[in-house]
Design a protein around this ligand. Sequence first.
Ligand code: ASP
Length: 460
Amino acid sequence: MEEAYKGYRDPALAVLKENKVRVWSDVEMDTSRGNFKGIILPRSETADERHIVLKLHNGYNIGVAVHTIRQIREISYKKAEYKIPEKEFPYDPKKPNVKLLGTGGTIASRLDYRTGAVIPAFSPGELYGSVPELADICNLETEKLYGVFSENMGPEQWIATAEAIGREIEKGVQGIVIGHGTDVMHHTAAILSFMVQNSPVPIVMVGSQRSSDRPSSDAALNLIHAVKTTAESDIAETLVCMFGPTSDQYGILHRGTRVRKMHSSYRSTFRTIGDIPLALVDREKITPLRSDYKRRRDDRDVIINTAFEEKVSIVYYYPNMKPDIIDSLIDNGYRGIVIAGTGLGHVNKPVYPALKRAQEKGIAVYMTVQTLWGYVQMYVYETGRELQQLGVVPAANMLPEVAYVKLAWALGQTDDLARVKEIMLTPIAGEITEREPYNGYLIYQGGIPEVEAFLRKIKR
Ligand code: ASP
């Protein structure tokens, strides 16, 4: 086939013509790298003319080099319409008013065939056009705060989001949904749990692992679950509402400070760590799994505290770590360091001198555990005792990311290290718990008989 396109200015087009197929043809492609079945997509701005982009039936896009193609056979042809129909969201005075604040991520995305990328797109009309069930639950008003993938969220966006939440609560909404990328959702959920306190209504974060142009997308279901929780649940906390089991039966409501993204691609990626989730949600009902949560209220007495010190870092310990890692943070003016240590909360001896320097410079150093489940315990081994003498403070069972944002929040409020310690070690939003339930750990494992039995019991 290499010969066939030589001399053409646009070899991809030449190959399509030769095989009598077009953009939007569903084809079977025989290539020297194997056979592929999928839909030929329009060429993106950045693609070159030596590749044809195929949307495979599993939803992934691949670029096929023209010179590898032996033959293309058209199975069918259907021009795709990727513009989401815009419809005005209906208003029903009997329904609760919910505000959706968009920050971006896959949930607000669709595939842009011009650039070939998944881009954030967000409008109330588009949302209603694609998920009309939302109107059965509430009156939804939307506002796009950002259109970013979540790795770009940071203090600037967190502060503005917390302020927007405060404004909306004062205006009287029944609850707030925050559309967000999943990658960093647990950081944002944690910092909002600290920045927004005493909320009288639910603040529900939602995202999706698969964009809405893919058949297996979790976007619509997650959104329906999140909006239902916001409108109807009595849990007035910052929550993450994401996909439960792959059976599509229900979503899970996780407490904002105890949740973590645990799988890079499964839809069922969020897990409550060190605890059990707060509730399950399906299209019909919300089923609490426990009762120790803050309840919905009618007042509007929310407290917004957006303090944030940017000079805080997480250091993930690894064997053979050198003190220069800590030294460089000290030299760069960092005021706080959260260590994710081994086992009960340890690092190696060569790091000690750097920790001593940090202590002398008045840098707040906190220890968390890489195991994620369980508590830092620095009285058990000599290492723990020595580290405490070097000023390292055990952060109980706070997750490393949670300790990171909480330390930034605490240092944003005061320079007094004793006060910082008091803030850090006082549970504010479930980030430190008295004990971790063993059945929570089993759920995390999944698939083993006693877990299935346990789940059957709570679903009844
Ligand atoms: N990279 C995306 C994000 O976190 C992934 C997602 O939304 O699921 O923004």
